[in-house]
Design a protein around this ligand. Sequence first.
Ligand code: ADP
Length: 421
Amino acid sequence: MQARRKDGSVFACELAVGKVQGVEPPRFIGFIHDITPRKLADERLRRSESELRLAQELANLGNYVVHLDQSEPDYYSPQLCRILGIGAAEVALPLTALLERWVHPGDREKFDEACRELESPANAFDCEYCIVLEDGTTRYLHHIAQVTRDAQGNPLKHIGTIHDVSDRRATEDEARQLQERLTHFSRLSTMGEMAAGLAHEINQPLTAIATYAQACQRFMRSPNRDDADVLEALAQINAQALRAGEVIRRLRNFVKNREVKREPVDCNRLLDDLRTLAETDARLHNVRLRIDAEPALPTVYADPIQLQQVVLNLVRNAIDAMSEAPETRREVLLSTRQLPEGEIEIIVADHGSGLAPEAAEHLFNPFFTTKSGGTGLGLAISRSIVRAHGGRLWHTPNEGTGARFHFTLPASPMTLVSKGE
Ligand code: ADP
């Protein structure tokens, strides 16, 4: 009841009154217990419970406590029941047994493995899995649980949280599908451009072969034929056939490596490995390879073989571009650095002839080449690889003479976090 003090202030109290037996006139004893602190504590508890409930609703996260020894009633938070679409009374013991019925077959193995962990000395369950509810809806759950044990090691309680991550998964799936569609599209358009160029490119050596073959026939029929002419025409036929073969070989390589296998790649290590591959070619042309690597770069998430293909292409081009340069200038500088936005940039710089303005425009078109033995596919393929990795490839003039080819790759999110710590 409410009571009022002499000074007029009101407080909550418990009042107990008893009659004293066997006395006349009757006497009574009263106890007044000020319960203000208990009321305050009750109020605080109620408030924090309703805040917790709201937080669980907002985060779509539920929690539970299962008392295996049945010493106390089990607890399932309202949000947990909402996520699983059940009433608290329906939950069987332990909760994992109930969930086991609903686990998607594709996730069963990892779910069972996590359950074994819960029973093992690790006492912990941490698993993300999909469940299919009785009404057919699917939910993705991130489920974390622990077992507490008594001194003899007997399990006492399962305590856990279940986070409904279906929305996040749906967004991730959508983003992945979009990325795949984009990659597929850019690949298709590159392939389309290539197919158009390919017809033209293969046609050229085939026309040349036909012309040389006709010339051969004429030479052979001629009464005063010169074998040297015939041999020269045959040599040309051979060279043209090889050229057509080279175009097809490079296209085939590109198509073969289409499936991208991504893994964390340390760009500085990649350049080091690549130096071994490119060294022979460089030495043959009296070119020095120098590497200027920024230390402690975050890794990128990429296909290392494809990245090597890109850098190797750029190094080959740089070496070709310096074939006329004085030997003292023949150096290719490979450098890495992290850009302020977090991307990793790799630069291949040479002191060659640089790029003529008319070449600069068509450089990345498939089959554009200024070299007699070139295929014109190197840069087109490199750019489509870099784009598929979420990066850009471009060129700038080098200081003094020559060209610099740059490309960027996004750093793996994981390494960015650890670098920031
Ligand atoms: P290819 O090397 O077979 O010609 P690419 O696609 O790799 O095919 O290169 C296309 C063209 O771009 C080359 O023929 C050349 O004219 C030009 N190029 C590429 N890299 C350089 C460079 N480092 N310096 C000058 N020109 C270059």
